[in-house]
Design a protein around this ligand. Structure first.
Ligand code: SF4
Length: 483
């Protein structure tokens, strides 16, 4: 894929400058990308620049996140399709064969981005499952959007081991096949019978089509399911998932070798660990507009639950342990607390400490976070991903994400305390039980900010804060206009 020093990673190493061999677009289209649909069995064929490697992957990640978010939010079918199509149009457009332009570039990007994410998400069982789930949903969406001709041609070349039911067998089981369609698709018996006669059926092991078996949409006999061509999506999906799961396992085994290329490892880690979106840093100077005296009210009104938990613990105990100081301190820095105000805020919060203790034990770290000590790096505020996947809080710690780290009882009690209605507490708890912590937080935001427009999933505590503050600013503007 890339030009590389190492032959073993030849296809994944980057050329510092583009050295693409010019190949006739039409012949590439025919040989590499005859269809929009792809089982991604072959590695991408062309050289890739290191920039493409990362950018393509991040774009695909946006699409997969849109798939996940739309499903988690229980969008109806029409809204779901609209969400995915919007994300695809923006990040990963793919025209059909009827279009004459950009086909190779679009399909190449799709191909490469799938492979990079496969590398980035093969490391752990959890990552593999997530990637498989989103890719499977994306494949299904694309398959359903594809026209019949291209679908058929794609399947003909996909080397699928499905046995077509011979006419004699079909005749023998005709009544059972009719029963599967009558009353559902067809109201009267005669139409159902003629449908079955004209339909092509495949015989497959029943475990390949669990959805159809569950819905009683297929006739099952002696471990075989008889699947009509019109339900082929279940079969195709099964093939897609099975092959991708196998390839993810193989990629996981090959990963240590691929990561010997020191250009790839940081990119893969970056892509896997996050799409953190905007980076929130803040600055050391006095230009931040938040005063130490205003922190209580601003945090209480606009900060997410994680930061309000830290703030309450700080006010109650007059102290926070290191993990909490880091998470909360960097958040405050990014919402506009300058280093002078931060020193004032923490000094007045730690009332149990003497000036000498404060200077010795805490002031250095605060200045360090603002890039005024040590390596002089201005540290960025933690994203939700970093907080959720970071060290779990132990006794006496208050850092972390309440949706991830609180016990069920504590989280429920907190939600009731914040006047979340019981049915919505249940909804949030269901999201938490499904490990959808950020979606649960987004739901919490929506309930506690009823004037909001549709928002994306919360990715960062500072994004939550900005959204909440934005709603207040908007309301003030409206008030001004009315006056
Ligand atoms: S999801 Fe993010 S913003 Fe929300 S509570 Fe957890 S860490 Fe904070």
């Amino acid at each position: 894929m890339f030009k590389s020093r190492k032959t073993s990673v030849n296809r994944f190493a980057a050329a510092s400058t583009r050295q693409r061999v010019h190949i006739e677009q039409d012949s590439v289209l025919d040989s590499e990308y005859p269809f929009r649909l792809n089982f991604y069995l072959q590695p991408p064929p062309a050289d890739i620049t290191i920039e493409e490697f990362e950018l393509f992957a991040l774009d695909r990640l946006q699409v997969l996140k849109a798939v996940e978010t739309s499903k988690l939010r229980n969008r109806n079918e029409e809204e779901y399709k609209k969400d995915i199509q919007l994300a695809l149009d923006k990040y990963l457009p793919m025209k059909s064969n009827a279009a004459k332009t950009d086909l190779v570039e679009e399909r190449r990007k799709d191909h490469i981005s799938h492979f990079v994410l496969r590398l980035a998400y093969c490391r752990s069982e959890e990552s593999r499952e997530w990637f498989l789930r989103q890719e499977d949903a994306l494949f299904k969406f694309r398959f359903e959007q594809e026209n019949m001709d291209d679908k058929k041609r794609f399947l003909e070349t996909a080397n699928l081991d499905w046995k077509v039911v011979d006419p004699e067998t079909k005749k023998r089981i005709q009544p059972q096949l009719e029963r599967c369609v009558s009353g559902k698709t067809f109201k009267d018996k005669t139409t159902a019978a003629s449908h079955v006669v004209n339909e092509t059926y495949f015989e497959v092991p029943f475990e390949k089509v669990p959805d159809l078996v569950r819905r009683r949409g297929v006739y099952v006999h002696k471990g075989k399911a008889y699947v009509p061509m019109s339900n082929q999506i279940s079969l195709v999906q099964d093939e897609f998932k099975k092959r991708l799961a196998k390839m993810l396992q193989a990629t996981a085994k090959a990963l240590p070798r691929l990561e010997e290329d020191d250009r790839l490892k940081p990119i893969l880690l970056n892509v896997e660990k996050q799409y953190i979106g905007k980076i929130y840093t803040g600055s050391a100077d006095s230009n931040g507009d938040l005063k130490a005296a205003d922190v209580d009210v601003m945090v209480e009104n606009h900060a997410p639950l994680c930061m309000r938990t830290l703030h309450s613990a700080l006010r109650r105990d007059k102290h926070l342990k290191h993990g909490g100081r880091m998470q909360y301190g960097l958040f405050l820095k990014a919402i506009g607390l300058s280093v002078e105000e931060a020193l004032l805020f923490w000094r007045t919060a730690f009332t149990n400490k003497t000036d000498e203790q404060f200077q010795k034990e805490y002031a250095y770290n605060i200045r360090h976070n603002y890039g005024l000590e040590g390596k002089r790096v201005s540290y960025t505020a933690y994203s939700c991903n970093t907080i959720i996947k970071g060290n779990s809080p132990s006794t006496g710690d208050y850092h972390g994400c309440p949706f991830r780290h609180f016990s069920n009882g504590n989280l429920e009690a907190r939600l009731y305390k914040d006047k979340i209605p019981p049915d919505q507490v249940k909804e949030i708890m269901n999201l938490v039980h499904g490990s959808h912590y950020q979606v649960a937080c987004t739901k919490y935001f929506e309930i506690t900010h009823p004037r909001h427009d549709k928002i994306d999933t919360i990715e960062h505590p500072n994004a939550y804060y900005e959204l909440s503050l934005g709603l207040t600013d908007e309301a003030m503007e409206v008030e001004k206009e009315i006056k």
